[in-house]
Design a binder for this molecule. Sequence first.
Ligand SMILES: CC(C)(COP(=O)(O)OP(=O)(O)OC[C@H]1O[C@@H](n2cnc3c(N)ncnc32)[C@H](O)[C@@H]1OP(=O)(O)O)[C@@H](O)C(=O)NCCC(=O)NCCS
Length: 247
Amino acid sequence: MKTLKTGIVKKHVGESIEQEGYEMRLIVERELEEVVALQGLVYSKLPNKQVLYMDSYDEMLTDMNLGAKIVGVFNQNQELIAYRYVGFPGYDDKNLGYDINLPHKELGKVVHLETTVVHPDYRGNGLQSLTLQQMIPVVKEMGYKHMLCTVSPQNYFSLFNIMKNGLKIKALKRKYGDENTGKEGLWRFILHRNLEPVSLLNPRELLKTSISDLEKQEKLIKEGFIGYWLFTESKELSYVRFDGALV
Ligand SMILES: CC(C)(COP(=O)(O)OP(=O)(O)OC[C@H]1O[C@@H](n2cnc3c(N)ncnc32)[C@H](O)[C@@H]1OP(=O)(O)O)[C@@H](O)C(=O)NCCC(=O)NCCS
């Protein structure tokens, strides 16, 4: 499999830090077990399980057969230390374009950033961002235009990395619930970036709100505001309303 990128990462070993080489490349089907194992390990160590909605082996395999791609980061011992899973929902109900009222003709150009995980020993190398940046030219080349994902309001490490890469908050709602069983969904921001250059609009109003004030943010989004930037220290989000609508 073609190498997408190589480099050096820091690994936390007890109190000290070691350096290791890494290779980024697309995962092949026989490596899917490793992906599921890494997801399980990361989930088991999460203090707040609400932030990660787990994908099963079968779901990922079906999705891969439909074209989904998983970028893996391997250390010098060829162990998987991080991955990013990218899916192409087409006109399926799960297309997040529906959640942000994307025009129907655009739905076929939607790419989903599904799960990303980084092994706890390798956090702080910017691997979530690096894998995302690596995938942008790949999906653009394939003709995709709208990058969308969900992020938990409680997952500010992930939210910061996603917003840093130009995705904006366009909706806030409960996702992954089940009407039949009455299972309540998990709160998720829905973020979007148009991968093609968009014309600049004039910001009309700008304000800040605490990331934990979901009610206020729901109201702002209904009024046409877009979540623009996350201030990590204060855990506040800036919301902007433009003259005209951004697609
Ligand atoms: C979200 C996640 C992928 C980010 O990993 P990453 O790319 O290594 O993060 P960054 O390199 O941007 O980290 C920046 C800083 O935040 C810290 N950090 C990142 N994730 C952290 C976490 N979950 N808990 C505590 N600190 C964390 C890093 O150690 C680093 O600190 P430093 O600057 O002092 O070195 C990783 O935290 C993770 O796997 N979380 C669990 C799964 C998840 O929530 N995935 C996203 C939803 S699908």
